[in-house]
Design a protein around this ligand. Structure first.
Ligand SMILES: NC(=O)c1ccc[n+]([C@@H]2O[C@H](COP(=O)([O-])OP(=O)(O)OC[C@H]3O[C@@H](n4cnc5c(N)ncnc54)[C@H](O)[C@@H]3O)[C@@H](O)[C@H]2O)c1
Length: 338
């Protein structure tokens, strides 16, 4: 009989040491807060050192006594920085192992392989894939040393469906997120055979309300949308994209740079505030999944719905009318969560 994939549930996070990448915002910040509140020490890193310092300070202030929460500046797409983060946290937490690693840092970008700038495509892929890879390389020996380690890699709904819908390619992100899912699934058997004291889980969120749009621009060296110059917004939303937005009724004819800036500001706010699942709720789902021993953690009804449909009709995955036919009849899809 085939061995069970579901193994080693975690009774409690109390007394453990967790690593969280991308802890300065969104799901990463909420993971840090919730782990710390449950008595787990946490070392969090982020490209935005100030943001992760705030996360660490507030999570530590609200946590039970005896735990430590540290914040570290680190770009996970740079292996030397990941190794420095590892060394810093081992020293600051006076530890020779870590129990949990949440490889959560990620950005969007590089939508079109045809027309997006190559440097944006490669920056997105480097953070979303190489960041996960370098963290696995750096932290696997420390998870093995834990004797009961869990590696939690964040993929996406774009790790099983490589599109955002009609006219919305997402090539760099989807390629990286498929890689994260493939790597994580491949590790299941590898760890079972070669490091049975460690297990892996892959997280596949649907739409979660975070500032990922603004943070992704920041990771590319751009200011917040409100602070962008006219030249920056016009480069970010080039003429052909403007034409598509006008066609979709999202932008008026003859829109100015100011209109484009407002579109970006509103896009980020709407993505965060109109999502069916909050970052806090997503972090709870992720931690519940890890605790229960799941290796595959889907976040949100949208993720579950797309996963089910792609599996049921793989050939229709990019025939959107067919893939989503009868959707209105299914109340679960996209239903807002509390
Ligand atoms: N929000 C969603 O709808 C959604 C859906 C599916 C998957 N995801 C994935 O979930 C993860 C968390 O996303 P989020 O929505 O909470 O975004 P977020 O922007 O709120 O948080 C991500 C954090 O990662 C940090 N980061 C970016 N690049 C980094 C780098 N090179 N090194 C270290 N830190 C870096 C950012 O500064 C930010 O603080 C990402 O991997 C994302 O791709 C998000």
């Amino acid at each position: 009989m085939a061995p069970q994939v579901r193994i080693m549930a975690v009774d409690s996070f109390a007394g453990k040491l967790a690593v969280v990448t991308g802890g300065g915002s969104g799901m990463g910040r909420e993971l840090v807060r919730q782990l710390a509140a449950q008595g787990c020490s946490v070392a969090a890193c982020d490209l935005n050192g100030d943001a992760v310092a705030v996360t660490a300070a507030t999570a530590w202030a609200a946590a039970p006594p005896g735990i430590q929460v540290t914040g570290h500046a680190c770009d996970v797409s740079d292996e030397a920085q990941v190794l420095r983060f590892r060394d810093e946290l081992l020293e600051q937490h006076a530890s020779d192992h870590v129990d949990l690693v949440f490889s959560n840092a990620g950005i969007g970008g590089g939508e079109s392989f045809v027309s997006s700038p190559r440097e944006v495509w490669e920056r997105t892929f480097a953070i979303d894939w190489c960041g996960v890879y370098y963290c696995a390389r750096a932290f696997l020996p420390l998870l093995i040393a834990s004797g009961d380690g869990v590696l939690v890699n964040t993929s996406s709904v774009n790790g099983f469906w490589a599109s955002l819908g009609p006219g919305m390619p997402n090539t760099a992100y989807a390629a990286a997120k498929f890689a994260v899912r493939g790597f994580s699934e491949a590790l299941i058997e590898d760890l079972r055979a070669n490091a049975p004291q460690v297990r892996v889980a892959v997280v596949m969120p649907g739409h979660v309300g975070t500032d990922i749009i603004a943070n992704s621009l920041r990771a590319r060296g751009l200011p917040a949308p409100e602070q962008m110059s006219d030249a920056q917004v016009e480069e970010l939303i080039p003429r052909d994209t403007q034409t598509q937005l006008i066609g979709a009724g999202l932008l008026a004819e003859g829109a100015s740079a100011g209109d484009l800036r407002q579109l970006l500001v509103r896009g980020n706010a709407d993505f965060r505030d109109k999502a069916p699942v909050s970052a806090a709720k997503a972090a709870t789902v992720i931690l519940d999944g890890v605790r229960s021993g799941s290796w595959r953690i889907l976040v949100g009804e949208d993720a579950k719905m797309i996963d089910a449909r792609v599996r049921a009709k793989p050939e229709a995955a990019y025939d959107y009318a067919e893939l989503f036919s009868g959707l209105a009849a299914e109340p679960a899809a996209g239903t807002p969560e509390p």
